[in-house]
Write a protein that binds this ligand. Structure first.
Ligand code: ADP
Ligand code: ZN
Ligand code: ZN
Length: 747
């Protein structure tokens, strides 16, 4: 804000974060309304009138003045809590996140709370219990023939008091109780629920039947030494190297001190098997937080974490906001996974917030992955994170051989080369299982020549053109160059120009025709929508009979397929030439993760990657080298292009039903940014405004403006000033605008 606003009212004012799209807090006067539980304080929920609505917000500060006049200030209608809802660390994390991600603070708080709390339900309910009335002779008479009622009465008398669950356990019906109540033989009472007791610290000497290998031992000892202060560890271990075992040893150590552990896993990684593994190992209560819970279950799990009765809290992205009474450790499994970044609304990165939170709480955090993100590797190199390595596969030492099949001059059958089909037949004939993977990443199709392998690339940039359908054209997302869609290959004049795009269903049909005697199991979001369908397919696979597994990303994680001996990556090229600068990193991670499914048992595995660009450096570095060497090359490329982690990005998006509106709006924003950066001598690079690679979505045209700087601070200064400006402006109703700080994908 340009001018410091003057105080017009002096006196206690509550600054309330109200769930509204406005990026600010609102002032209210404290009053003791009749329903009020206690004096308003920071961190409690209050009910306020907001425009014509009544909303529930959180008090984020108690100030002693307001820039509004007293008559403009409304008193709160009620305060809903007697104590702050969130822990201090989570409260501060949310304020920080609202500021960092430039998201309305009220919506940030709302996103962090279970729906029940958001809707004003008390944190703790009250529970009913019943006691018997004073005995009298009339009682005997009234019950002389009611044997069941008599039994219940003597049960209650014997117990002193009974709760609903006790009645249920003893198999007395509610109806029976109602009859006794009506006769005044039983009295009803209610009592406010209290916080559940903290979990019982685990016994230290509990036995593990697994003996750690040398690398695991080093990892465990190194982390153990730092427990009790903030430190971030990058546990870099190949699939099956025993990362989870390392997490569990450290967790054990903290749980035995009565400290809680928060474990975040990717969306598709949180399976009943994962939860079962932790439950099996630890005797304390394990609660899970994920999208499959109903609101009552979520509230219960959340409260147990907050009260400290749950020892382990395991969840997906949003579980990072769960308050913990006694935090001891945070673990992020598969830290590179893109599901840790929220892609709409409040666009936070749970991994990055987890690191902030750990620092805030003064505890250790472990980021685990077989294929760490370039960001985390960079942080490990610069000394921000401690790098720990697990290079040995536990159990039988079998790693898969990777091979790239050059298909540039092959006639392909629905995406399969003759060679690949031949190898698949061989593995099936040996009664093994085969996994066929299709990389769905890289939304924008690539234009290339089927005859000579030519790829349509931008002259100004070291990047490929993206094909746009409407109107038919090619465009560079890096410099804005555009041209008409070529009708023939400039290199060999062939008219065989194609874009890629074969889906799983089409391949399923094809494979069923090719392998008539072998079951083909398709595993993707569509085929697993129905409950238990995934479990059923996994069961069939685990029976070990020859079969072909065909699937997407879902296959890349967590599952162990001991009988798979061949993994085929159908199309590496869409990742290789993705419009997104993270395309190659993601492709590499996916291939390494998928490859990790093969050869886990005592059968050696083979990994085949089909590509028209077999000699491409990225593919070669993947197949001939380790992931570490692959990521090293990727980091060098990022450095020379000054892309993250060597710079910081923010993507501003605008959507409108007409392209022109969105463009015009972002043009205005771009001009503001230019003026700001000139005026404050903050060099901020701008790319765009440009139509988004996915130009139209859900009937809206999308335009984006990418901001890039070397220092986060500069970007933050610009964004704060931009948001202040936007608050004062009347946004055109037809345009939807969003800010994505540290965007994961630019599509
Ligand atoms: P990751 O999480 O790295 O994929 P896990 O921790 O799941 O690996 O370990 C893979 C398998 O190896 C599990 O069945 C685990 O019980 C077992 N395991 C882990 N560490 C050891 C060890 N030191 N010795 C023998 N087996 C181990
Ligand atoms: Zn050609
Ligand atoms: Zn270009």
């Amino acid at each position: 804000m340009s001018v410091e606003a003057k105080a017009k009212y002096l006196g206690t004012v509550l600054q309330v974060a109200v769930p509204s799209p406005l990026r600010r807090v609102f002032d209210y006067l404290p009053t003791r309304a009749p329903q009020t539980l206690a004096e308003p304080q920071v961190g409690i929920r209050v009910r306020v009138s907001f425009g014509r609505q009544q909303l529930i917000g959180i008090v984020v500060a108690v100030a002693n003045s307001s820039t509004l006049e007293k008559k403009q200030l409304k008193p709160i209608l009620a305060s809903l809590d007697s104590e702050p809802l969130l822990s201090d660390a989570v409260f501060k994390l949310l304020l920080w996140a609202a500021n960092y991600y430039q998201h309305p603070v009220g919506e940030v708080f709302a996103a962090a709370l279970p729906a029940k709390l958001r809707n004003g339900i008390p944190l703790r309910g009250s529970s009913k219990f019943w006691t018997a009335s004073e005995p009298s002779t009339s009682e005997e008479n009234s019950l002389s023939r009611a044997v069941k009622q008599k039994a219940l009465l003597s049960f209650i008398r014997h117990e002193g008091e009974v709760s609903e669950s006790k009645l249920r356990q003893a198999k007395f019906s509610k109806q029976l109780l109602a009859q006794l109540l009506q006769k005044n033989l039983v009295e009803e009472h209610s009592r406010a629920e209290v916080a559940a007791a903290p979990f019982e610290p685990l016994k230290t000497e509990s036995n593990f039947d697994i003996e750690l290998n040398e690398e695991q031992r080093i990892a465990v000892t190194t982390i153990s030494k730092s427990l009790g202060e903030y430190k971030c560890f990058l546990l870099n271990g190949i699939t099956g190297s025993g990362k989870t075992e390392v997490y569990m040893r450290i967790m054990q150590e903290q749980l035995s001190k009565g400290l809680q552990c928060l474990v975040l896993v990717p969306e598709i990684g949180l399976t009943p098997q994962t939860i079962a593994r932790f439950k099996q190992r630890f005797s304390c209560s394990v609660v899970s937080l994920h999208s499959g819970l109903n609101e009552t279950e979520r509230m219960t799990a959340w409260s147990q974490a907050r009260d400290g009765s749950a020892g382990i809290v395991i969840g997906t992205r949003s579980a990072i906001f769960t308050p913990l009474a006694k935090p001891g450790l945070i673990v992020i499994d598969e830290e590179h996974d893109s599901s840790f970044k929220q892609q709409d609304g409040f666009r936070y990165s749970a991994r990055d917030l987890a690191v902030s939170r750990a620092r805030q709480e003064g505890i250790c955090i472990v980021l685990g992955s077989a294929t760490p993100s370039l960001e985390s590797l960079h942080n490990a190199r610069s000394g921000k994170f401690v790098h720990l390595h697990l290079t040995q596969r536990t159990g039988i030492d079998q790693s898969s051989a990777m091979e790239v099949i050059d298909v540039s001059s092959e006639a392909m059958l629905e995406g399969f080369s003759e060679q690949l089909l031949y190898r698949m037949r061989k593995h099936i004939a040996q009664r093994n299982q085969v996994l066929v993977f299709i990389n769905r990443r890289g939304f924008a199709p690539v234009l290339n020549c089927q005859t000579c392998g030519w790829i349509c690339e931008c002259e100004n940039c070291n990047a490929q053109f993206t094909v746009h359908a409407n109107p038919p054209s090619i465009r560079c997302h890096h410099c804005g160059a555009a041209a008409r869609l070529p009708q023939s290959c400039p290199s060999c004049q062939s008219k065989e120009l194609t874009t890629m795009g074969i889906g799983t269903q089409r391949i399923e049909t094809f494979l069923k025709k090719q392998f008539t005697d072998t079951p083909v199991l398709r595993i993707d979001r569509d085929s697993t929508r129905r409950k238990h369908s995934l479990e059923k397919m996994l069961e069939e696979i685990n029976r070990g009979e020859p079969c072909i597994l065909l699937g997407t990303q879902m296959l890349a994680k967590g599952h162990h397929f001991p009988n798979i001996t061949l993994v085929a990556i159908l199309d590496a090229d869409s990742g290789l030439f993705s419009a997104d600068f993270r395309g190659q990193e993601h492709m590499g991670q996916t291939i390494v993760q998928v490859a990790g499914r093969a050869g886990r048992a005592n059968r050696p595995g083979e990994v085949l990657i089909q590509s028209r660009h077999a000699s491409h450096e990225t593919l070669q570095s993947l197949s001939n080298k380790t992931y570490a060497e692959f990521s090293e090359i990727q980091l060098k490329e990022r450095m020379s292009a000054q892309l993250p982690p060597f710079s910081h990005l923010c993507l501003l998006r605008a959507e409108a039903s007409e392209m022109q509106q969105a463009l015009q709006f972002l043009d205005g924003i771009a001009q503001f940014c230019q003026r700001f950066s000139a005026h404050n001598s903050l060099p901020i690079e701008q790319l765009g405004p440009l139509p988004a690679p996915m130009e139209k979505r859900a009937g809206k045209y999308r335009v984006q403006l990418l901001l890039k700087t070397d220092k986060r601070g500069k970007l933050q200064a610009l964004l704060s000033s931009l948001c202040a400006e936007l608050e004062n402006m009347k946004l055109p109703r037809s345009v939807r605008f969003s800010i994505d700080v540290d965007p994961q994908d630019l599509v």
